[in-house]
Ligand binder design. Sequence first.
Ligand code: B12
Length: 183
Amino acid sequence: MSWTPSLDVPRPRTAPPGGAVPSLDADPAGPIVILGVAASDAHVVANQLIAFQLRQLGYHVVNLGACTPVRQFVACAAEHPGVLAIVIGSINGHAVEDLTPLRAAKDRGEIPCPVIVGGNLSVGSAKTGNEAAVLHRLGADHVLTGIGELIALLGELRAVRAGLAGPGGICAAVRSPALTPAS
Ligand code: B12
């Protein structure tokens, strides 16, 4: 008797009827998400998990990987004018230092979409509670902690772009304070 292991992952919604699950190269027609890890940061496990999950959900993920400075996110966004969001992870605690150039890039009009920042956003396990406010001032539109929140938010952005969102957005029921954009 033989046993064949399988990856028990949900079939992407973009899979053609009766068709095969798309490869990890993703569906080029899906909404574009630019993903990366902040400039000083070498932690890639969450980055790879996020890329995998988003591709399974039909997003076209352009993954810039670890140690990506703001200017590379900007250059990549210029190459993908229809980009839905820029998603930046930071794990090593240096999000503020790494993302300081974001403010100037936004002020120059170089960021055409929401910027979502998430991960372990300051040094040490004891957080001040001020991390999100500082990052919002630097130009982050959304500051999150969990991958579930990210998926919900991207779904909402996708629905808004498609004109499907009702008052408060279709994901209002799952909206958490962390999802609230800076004013
Ligand atoms: C593996 C690891 C490393 C590896 C990384 C290998 C690699 N290429 O990925 C190596 C050895 C290189 C490393 C180096 C360092 N590390 Co390290 N590392 C870890 C470790 C053990 C696991 C991290 C991991 O992969 N976790 C699994 C993933 C899935 O979880 P995660 O990264 O925490 O991400 C979760 C959330 O943060 C969130 N998330 C993450 N990204 C994003 C993005 C978005 C948009 C959203 C919404 C959510 C989100 O979702 C994930 C799932 O819940 C952690 C300790 C730990 N047990 O967590 C320390 C840890 C992250 N490292 C730490 C530190 C300090 C360092 C170093 C500075 C150590 C040193 N003095 O050299 C360097 C920094 C190097 C650099 N330039 O960044 C600290 C960070 C502390 C902080 N933020 O205050 C930790 C927490 C260890 C500790 N307790 O002190 N590290």
